[in-house]
Design a protein around this ligand. Structure first.
Ligand SMILES: [Zn+2]
Length: 335
């Protein structure tokens, strides 16, 4: 009998030994190949980082998640809360590895002739005198449209008040519908940004123009409105745009656009509750003749919707009227 014979056990032992050698060898080869491909991938990423493309790549990725419309809170936390946020975020990107590369990325950007870009992105600037209405409140809502927009519009309609929406439009039907509703109610639509990605839009003046053009085009296609006012993501002075802000403002002004900051921050971006919002807005606005109040029209800011009606009523009781911003309004600008 073969089974149970000495020959059988010899073959069995040989087979087991062979398997013990062959299997680990194959595994080693597979792991080695895998490791080699990982090394190649690491080399590729290193070369991308060295060539300065890394910032663009990462910002593109983050902009995709932001523009999904779900991460409104992200937009905000990286937005008007700039001063605090930027302190923690900046070191990550401007870490030592990039210090030597910065000149390389900024030099080509300065060589670009901005005037040849986006020839259809011009508006007629207002050159007359500003219309200064004392005791006028300008409610401004950044980062929308969102799931809250219709609620905000309802309260504004109910109180017969016009406001300004600095939008972050998306190429989506729901967004186009909401933009049209904002316009139909007689509010001003200003441009905020398309991506709300600081590192991307403030990497160079042409990057800003590129982002702005996306937002501007989406608004125009949805509403037929050529928005002629805008608000910088993070405000006109923030930790990301120091090197480019003057060039951006100069180019945007040349194209006829006017920007607005704010003089009252509702602080809804940092999660103020109803009472905090109500008290802080009323107290800050009451000290000014023309308060330009920063709110956020994003999915995470339900308290803004809940408090807006009472804030409007209280400010009316204090003798204020309400207006929407335009180029005829004397702009509130930082600095
Ligand atoms: Zn914003």
């Amino acid at each position: 009998m073969y089974f149970g014979s000495v020959r059988f056990f010899k073959h069995l032992i040989l087979t087991v030994v062979a398997l013990l050698i062959i299997v680990p060898t194959i595994l080693c080869i597979i792991l080695l190949c895998d490791n080699n491909s990982k090394s190649a991938e690491i080399d590729r990423l290193n070369s991308i980082i060295a060539s300065g493309e890394y910032k663009t790549d990462t910002s593109d990725t983050s902009s995709v998640t932001e523009s999904s419309g779900i991460t409104d809170s992200d937009k905000e936390t990286s937005s008007e809360s700039s001063t605090t946020e930027a302190i923690t975020e900046e070191p990550e990107t401007s870490a030592p590895e990039t210090t030597t590369e910065e000149p390389e990325t900024s030099i080509p950007s300065q060589q670009v002739d901005l005037t040849v870009l986006y020839e259809d992105m011009y508006v007629t600037p207002y050159t007359g005198e500003y219309i200064n209405d004392d005791n006028t409140v300008y409610l401004t809502f950044d980062d929308g449209p969102s799931v809250l927009t219709e609620n905000i519009l309802m309260y504004l309609r109910q109180e017969n008040v016009k406001a300004t929406f600095f939008v972050v439009p998306e190429d989506a039907e729901y967004c186009r519908i909401l933009l049209r509703k904002i316009a139909a109610d007689g509010h001003t639509i200003g441009i905020h940004t398309a991506s709300h990605d600081y590192e991307k839009i403030y990497s160079s003046p042409e990057a800003f123009l590129d982002d702005f053009y996306n937002a501007y085009s989406l608004v125009y296609e949805a509403t037929g409105i050529k928005a002629d006012i805008y608000r910088f993501a993070g405000g006109s002075i923030n930790d990301y745009n120091e090197d480019v802000r003057e060039d951006i403002i100069a180019e945007m002004s040349r194209r006829g656009f006017q920007y607005f900051d704010w003089n009252v921050d509702s602080n809804d971006w940092q999660g103020y509750n109803w009472t905090q919002l109500y008290n802080s807005v009323l107290s800050d606005a009451s000290e000014l003749s023309t308060p330009v109040i920063l709110f956020h029209d994003t999915g995470m800011r339900e308290n803004t919707v809940l408090v807006i009606e009472d804030i409007i009523k209280a400010l009316k009781n204090k003798g204020y009227q309400f207006g929407s911003l335009s180029q005829k309004t004397e702009p509130i600008q930082f600095g």
